[in-house]
Design a protein around this ligand. Structure first.
Ligand code: HEM
Length: 417
């Protein structure tokens, strides 16, 4: 039977079953079409083509004039009024406007600039692991994964220490239902909470923006408020939506990758041993394989602007496609033995950070630096940490979220570095 990706129940299946369904779809002649029903005053049916093959995801990512991001790349799409109130973030924009906005912050994410920040990131990783060991915390996501991803972005943006707890709560609330299919009851209840969180975050950043306009400090908020786009600065709304994007994109993804890393290295002791045996040699490959295997972002959408044939399927303007990174990363025509976790995999052309093109993950290099710094600390301590039991996963068609991961500590052993 053909899997139904538009059925919310599909996204509650165990991950192995979902991956098997993608494998089945990859054998089909071309991209399969799924009908979904959209909520609204006049309920209407729309659908999407599921791009499950590596080559199709790459092609759609690199042809932005045919596969546009506007009016939205997430599903469910944010309602029009939400975009009007909270502003369009650059993920949902195309062409020169997208490029202008991305340029304001892109310098801070280049490998050269991040090389200077790396010492600070390594120090932070050290502090987080010190605290973990001192407290013997038994839940890894909150004690380590979330904290690492969040503190790094706050440092880059220039969020003062005393405001961080408040913002952490808003980020969590704003993103907790991304890609979650909603029941009628929660549709009424949940968006209110998420939107209130976004609203509060906008107010916080507006105040920070006013402060940085008066006293720029060289952080990203100072860069955003000082930006000159066609002779104009960003509006408060644009500043707020930029801030929310960097927070949500930078925190949720990396924290999930870190949480999956611990579970994967626990489940594959041979790979962990190999990494420990020569950390500097294997770490970059391990980080890439963790992102391929876990694929923290499952999919993004694109909106077709004009007739185009993709993977043998004729598309027309108005069609929508779902770029399934989670499937592309297991494509047997690209990856040998795709379901095995192998930190020595070379090459590893995974699409965990997107398929290339103008929206390719801005924070890809930063994420690599963060995950590597944390693994170095975790694997170099005499007290070994391991995941216990299965990770508690969220049900989402958007991110491969780990809500919680229990951990235990083992007796001293050989260190990695
Ligand atoms: C393991 C961690 C991460 C993963 C798996 C990930 C994944 C992705 C993916 C799949 C995309 C969409 C690419 C496309 O549409 O072609 C994306 C975009 C983006 N990511 Fe990441 N990301 C990660 C970490 C980060 C970090 C640390 C930041 C820092 C702020 C970040 C910021 C962004 C931004 C701003 C975009 C939108 C770029 C644009 O529209 O031009 N990401 N990411």
């Amino acid at each position: 039977m053909r899997p139904h990706l538009a059925d919310p129940a599909f996204w509650t299946l165990p991950r192995d079953q979902r991956l098997a369904a993608f494998a089945q779809l990859r054998q089909a002649e071309g991209p399969a079409y799924f009908v979904e029903r959209e909520a609204g005053r006049h309920r209407r049916e729309r659908g999407f083509y599921a791009l499950v093959r590596h080559a199709d995801v790459v092609e759609a990512s690199r042809l932005p004039e045919v596969f546009a991001s506007a009016p939205g790349v997430t599903s469910p799409e944010p309602p029009r009024w939400v975009r009007a109130v909270f502003g369009d973030s650059m993920v949902n924009l195309d062409g020169p406007r997208h490029a202008q906005l991305r340029r304001i912050v892109s310098r801070a994410f280049t490998p050269r600039v991040l090389a200077d920040a790396e010492a600070g990131i390594r120090e932070l990783a050290g502090r987080i692991v010190d605290d973990l060991i001192a407290s013997r915390a038994d839940e890894f996501v909150s004690a380590v994964a979330s904290r690492m991803a969040f503190e790094v972005i706050c440092d880059m943006l220039g969020v003062p220490e005393q405001g961080r707890l408040h913002i952490a709560r808003q980020v969590d609330r704003a993103s907790e239902n991304a890609g979650v299919s909603r029941t009628l009851r929660s549709r009424v209840r949940v968006p209110g909470r998420g939107l209130r969180a976004l609203g509060r975050m906008q107010l916080t950043v507006a105040a920070l923006g006013r402060e940085r306009r008066r006293h720029p400090t060289g952080d990203l908020i100072s860069a955003l408020v000082g930006a000159d786009v066609d002779g104009q600065g960003l509006t408060t709304r644009e500043l707020g939506s930029f801030f929310s994007l960097l927070m949500v994109a930078g925190v949720e993804t990396t924290r999930n990758a870190i949480a999956h890393a611990l579970a994967l290295l626990t489940d594959h002791p041979d790979q962990r041993e190999l990494l420990v045996s020569d950390f500097e040699r294997y770490a970059d490959g391990a980080v890439d394989e963790i992102v391929r295997f876990s694929t923290p972002i499952i999919q993004f959408r694109r909106n077709v602007t004009r007739p185009h044939v993709l993977g043998g399927q004729a598309l027309v303007g108005g069609d929508r496609v779902m770029l399934l990174y989670a499937s592309a990363n297991r494509d047997e025509s690209v990856f040998t033995d795709p379901d095995s976790f192998d930190i020595t995999r070379r090459p590893n052309p995974h699409l965990g950070y997107g398929g290339g093109g103008p929206h390719y993950c801005l924070g890809a290099h930063l994420a690599r630096v963060e995950i590597k710094a944390l693994l170095r600390e975790l694997l170099s301590r005499p007290l070994a940490l391991r995941a216990v039991g299965m990770p508690e996963l969220g049900h989402s068609n958007f991110d491969n979220r780990v809500r919680a991961q229990r951990v235990a500590y083992d007796t001293p052993r050989r260190s990695a570095v």
